[in-house]
Design a binder for this molecule. Structure first.
Ligand code: DAH
Length: 346
């Protein structure tokens, strides 16, 4: 045997066993690829040896060629099987990580909850229904007659200035209060009558921390024989105790509303400081809660009710303000700002 043939023999065997050992110990597909390039690549060790083969005698060339082919084949097989091994391990790891329990119930849509104003509104509806009141709904687009005239506020009355309105084409308007539903209730149902009317109201206001152009009120009216301010106070105290879930102290001050006589502003003793004075009650110890009074005879008469036979009380409560007081919200704009991070707290 020629010398160079012996050397080729040896280096093929060495290369084969070294490369197989490296394949066996490779820890990653990258290492495997490095082995492949070094041994089998175009410029790799085996290619180098086969280049040298031209120098050999023909019979040696055939023998070395076979050796070379067999080394190449063994290496390719080893690489292939190790590669498969890595792929399977990667798949197993992924399946383990992505495992889900298909028998678990689906999470379903995210659950919401009622808006704080809606919640107070529903509580008040339940409370008044339990006291024999009917819950009425009225239109948000109102006639001028129902919003003003029928409530004893004629066209030239200065009280109209206090409720700046969004007028619509054709003389209708966005209601500035829920009081027009009193009128609709009297017209439809007649006396005796116990009704409340919660709903959305609108005023042409500049928006700030305590004013919104769109807000919520709850109107109430009771018409019967011999209704007194005593009845009014009883229902108001029952309502406010229900909302705040504790005994509240109320006081009446004279207040002017054209549709009641006498008319009152009802204040509650501040629930934050208990009456001592704080920023919420502006140091006065009292917080204005609602307007109320005994229904003006003109209002009854205009809706076809005889004021000699019937009388009643009415009240209008700011639901938005009530929600702010109950939950300690200091800026009205949060309530309809649409930010769920705020609303989800309630
Ligand atoms: N409608 C009045 C307002 O929005 C509130 C009000 C006051 C309603 C006295 C009444 C009432 O029913 O008797 O300012």
């Amino acid at each position: 045997m020629e010398n160079s043939a012996i050397m080729a023999d040896q280096s093929i065997q060495e290369l084969e066993s070294r490369s197989l050992a490296r394949v066996a110990s490779a820890g990653s597909p990258e290492e495997l690829e490095a082995v492949r390039v070094e041994a089998l690549g175009r410029k790799g060790a085996l290619a180098q040896i086969s280049k040298e083969m031209g120098k050999l005698a023909p019979e040696e060339r055939a023998r070395i060629g076979k050796l070379l082919n067999s080394a190449k084949q063994k290496l390719e097989e080893a690489l292939e099987s190790k590669k498969r091994h890595f792929a399977e391990a990667a798949l197993r790891a992924r399946l383990d990580a992505e495992w889900i329990d298909l028998t678990l119930p689906a999470p379903g849509p995210r659950r919401g909850h009622l808006h704080p104003i809606t919640r107070i509104q529903r509580e008040l509806e339940d409370l008044f229904v339990s006291l024999g009141f009917t819950v009425l709904d009225g239109p948000e687009v109102e006639t001028e007659y129902h919003n003003f005239d029928a409530l004893n506020i004629p066209a030239d009355h200065p009280a109209r200035d206090a409720q700046d309105t969004f007028w619509l084409d054709g003389g209708n308007l966005l209601r500035t209060h829920t009081s027009p539903v009193q009128v609709r209730g009297m017209e439809r149902l007649g006396p005796p009558l116990r009704m409340i009317a919660p709903g959305r109201t609108f005023r042409n206001e500049s928006v700030d921390a305590s004013h919104e152009h769109t807000f919520y009120q709850l109107e109430g009216m009771m018409i019967d024989r011999d209704v007194s301010v005593g009845h009014l106070i009883y229902f108001m105290k029952t309502m406010l105790t229900g909302v705040f879930q504790r005994e509240v102290t109320v006081r009446l001050r004279p207040g002017f509303f054209p549709f009641v006589e006498p008319g009152f502003e009802l204040d509650i003793q501040c629930l934050i400081c208990g009456g001592a004075g704080c920023p919420v009650c502006k140091q006065s110890g009292w917080v204005e809660q609602l307007g109320c009074g005994l229904v003006h005879p003109n209002v009854l008469r205009m809706s076809g009710i005889d004021p000699e036979e019937w009388n009643g009380f009415a009240f209008g409560l700011g639901l938005t303000r009530l929600a702010m007081m109950r939950y300690g919200i200091d800026d009205i704009r949060h309530l309809q700002g649409g930010d769920l991070r705020f609303l989800e707290q309630f």
